[in-house]
Ligand binder design. Structure first.
Ligand SMILES: Cc1ncc(COP(=O)(O)O)c(C=O)c1O
Length: 434
């Protein structure tokens, strides 16, 4: 392969120059595995990028997308519609908790986050509370890469080059740091960190805050599981001050925590919920925001009849091929009981992940459901050891997600215990040899 033929694609979140020197191209996938361009089988320990919950190349989804494209490849969704999107909305409304019954579609998690920001602004404006210009996020949060999500981001490297973000964002402290390490599931301590939100209300006035965004489990920065009672306390403070609570379920959604959504696992209902990734099992780009009845009513009620309620939308909102993929993915999740399967597999998975704690190079392990992370002691520049580990694991036939020196493991929900064993064993051997 002539590697310079690869030089034109500026790859996202990639060390492009290092990649060109040593490309890792994936050319085929099926079930739990990818195949590399040099013919090796790679076990997928990350569901692609938290997307392929039902495993790879599911023919039911492929066929549904192909049928849809043959019949009708595109519909303008401004003032027109297609039956798929209504069916999908109804299915999602049944799946989401309580009265999160209105679905707005977009094409990614980042767009879902920016859509949720705008819905929060429109909601307060519709109710005559346009003074709520402030948003609350959290240190170590990841909410995608559009300007709204970048503003909410709690990761320095994702912000430092982009000064022109939304100015009125304040960050809660992260729930990890200073607390016991190697905690399996929800930490017992730390609910009081939610009181940072009350402090912001005391400092700025709760009536100036529009919404508080959190991932139920902060995924991309290393599986930061919420302390017991933490999300409940955020909910209470939001309710006291009329602040919308937004759960970014882009990673947690669709069974990762052993229930449909993190909201279900942790027993807290947000006002808005973002989703993407496993919504289509990764087979088509798609994101969505689920909106509670009262939020929808406030926005719709403000607009005169026969007028547009929300001046927002994307050319590819509810694309027929994406809705077909999502409907087929939901069928598989339901038919194969994959959310329940994730719950059943979680103890064996977490046993394997927490066994890594014995290795001297591992400084922390965290996990919940089929989602776990381990931190490596840094060596030299932060992230260098993680990157080396990514390469070695790839050579040994395992793909996981890396954020700096933190490895994140999130296998497809179809995994067998033998796959979990294999992931654990490759990790153990590789980390032991670092
Ligand atoms: C919680 C969360 N929100 C938003 C996003 C952004 O999603 P996308 O990459 O589809 O834009 C991600 C991606 O990992 C995520 O984890």
């Amino acid at each position: 392969m002539r590697t310079n033929a690869l030089a034109h694609h500026w790859m996202p979140f990639t060390a492009n120059r290092a990649f060109l020197a040593q490309p890792r191209l994936l050319v085929r996938a099926e079930g739990m595995h990818y195949w590399s361009h040099d013919g090796r089988r790679i076990l997928d320990g990350a569901s692609g990028l938290f997307c392929c919950a039902a495993g790879h190349s599911r023919s039911e989804i492929t066929r549904a997308v192909a049928r849809q494209l043959e019949e009708l490849e595109y519909v303008p969704h401004f003032q027109f519609g297609h039956p798929n999107s209504f069916e999908l909305s109804a299915r999602l409304a049944r799946l989401t908790p309580d009265d999160l019954d209105h679905l707005f579609f977009c094409n990614s998690g980042s767009e879902a986050v920016d859509t949720a920001l705008k819905i929060a602004m429109a909601y307060h404006w519709a109710r005559g509370e346009g003074q709520r210009v402030r948003f609350v996020s959290r240190e170590r949060a990841y909410h995608g890469v559009n300007i709204g999500g970048t503003s909410l981001s709690g990761i320095m490297r994702n912000r430092e080059a982009f000064a022109a973000v939304l100015p009125e964002v304040v960050h809660l402290r992260s729930t990890v740091g200073g607390h016991p390490r190697f905690v399996r599931g929800q930490p017992e301590q730390g609910a009081e960190l939610a009181d940072d939100l009350q402090r912001f209300c005391d400092l700025y006035g709760g009536h100036t805050i529009a919404a508080c965004f959190v991932e139920p489990i902060a995924g991309s920065t290393g599986v930061l599981v919420p302390p017991q009672g933490y999300l409940q306390r955020l909910r209470e403070i939001c309710d006291r001050h009329g602040i919308l609570l937004v759960f970014d379920e882009v990673i947690c959604g669709f069974g990762r925590t052993g229930r449909a959504f993190g909201a279900d696992s942790f027993g807290v209902v947000p006002d808005l919920m973002t989703m993407a990734k496993a919504l289509t099992n990764g087979a088509q780009p798609m994101g969505a925001v689920a909106v509670r009845e009262a939020v929808w009513q406030a926005i719709a009620g403000k607009a005169p009849p026969d007028t547009i309620e929300l001046f927002h939308g994307y050319t590819f909102s509810a694309h027929p091929a994406a809705t077909a993929a999502a409907l087929a993915a939901l069928d598989i999740y339901e038919r194969e009981g994959l959310f329940e399967r994730a719950a059943a597999l979680a103890p064996a998975f977490l046993d394997r992940m927490f066994a890594l704690a014995e290795l001297p190079v591992v400084t922390d392990v965290r996990g919940y459901g089929l989602l776990a992370a381990f931190d490596l002691a840094p060596e030299g520049v932060g992230g260098a050891r993680g990157y080396r580990c990514l390469q070695r694991l790839y050579e040994k036939g395992l793909l996981i997600k890396w954020t700096g020196d933190t490895g994140i493991v999130a296998p497809p929900l179809i995994a067998e215990e033998s796959h979990i064993e294999e992931i654990g064993e490759i990790l153990r051997q590789t980390l032991a040899a670092l």
